[in-house]
Ligand binder design. Structure first.
Ligand code: FES
Length: 178
């Protein structure tokens, strides 16, 4: 075999290797996109897991309750549906990303939205007068338990919250699938 033929063979091999790497780099994400829904259970949230970015920690004023919102999307296979917007009560107790509390605003009695009363420094449910303290614990009224805390994480200075519905009207905190 001549030197020229050897060079051609070598260049051809290199080209095939590069094309294979390029093909794989395009195929893997495409396969993950198309096949991902096959492994997802019905009703499970799509894209990015269920922790949602609700904003920068530095934007939360220290010592104040803030009503923020997040959106969830459910998916059955490839079909994404049921985008829902939820409100959440968030408070940062001190500077930095420590001492953060996140509560669902849904009253555990019958599901009315709970409001923060700044003057009285407690949460109040307008429907039947349920009252909760600043830590979400039940003070008085018909709710069978305190407010439902939500799971969260702080990543790179941003707050990520996992929305969860809970069964209302019962003493125990029972997560409900939507
Ligand atoms: S729904 Fe909140 S007290 Fe009844």
């Amino acid at each position: 075999m001549s030197t020229v033929q050897q060079r051609r063979g070598f260049l051809s091999l290199i080209t095939r290797c590069l094309m294979s790497v390029l093909g794989l780099s395009l195929a893997v994400p495409a396969l993950a996109y198309f096949c991902g829904p096959l492994w997802r259970k019905p009703g499970e949230e799509a894209v990015g897991g269920s922790l949602r970015d609700v904003g920068a920690i530095k934007d939360l004023p220290v010592g104040e309750w803030r009503l923020l919102s997040l959106e969830t999307v459910t998916a059955n296979g490839w079909e994404k549906s049921g985008a829902r917007r939820h409100s959440i009560w968030v408070r940062r107790e001190a500077a930095g990303d420590q001492a953060i509390s996140v509560f669902s605003p849904i009253c555990p009695h019958l599901g009315c939205p709970i409001n923060w009363n700044e003057e009285q420094a407690h949460f109040l449910c307008p429907c039947h007068g349920g009252i909760f303290n600043g830590q979400g614990q039940l003070l008085s009224g018909p709710p069978p338990r305190g407010m439902d805390a939500l799971e969260f994480e702080v990543r790179a200075g941003r707050l990520f919250v996992r929305w969860q519905d809970f069964k209302v009207g019962v003493r125990e905190r029972v997560p409900v699938k939507v």
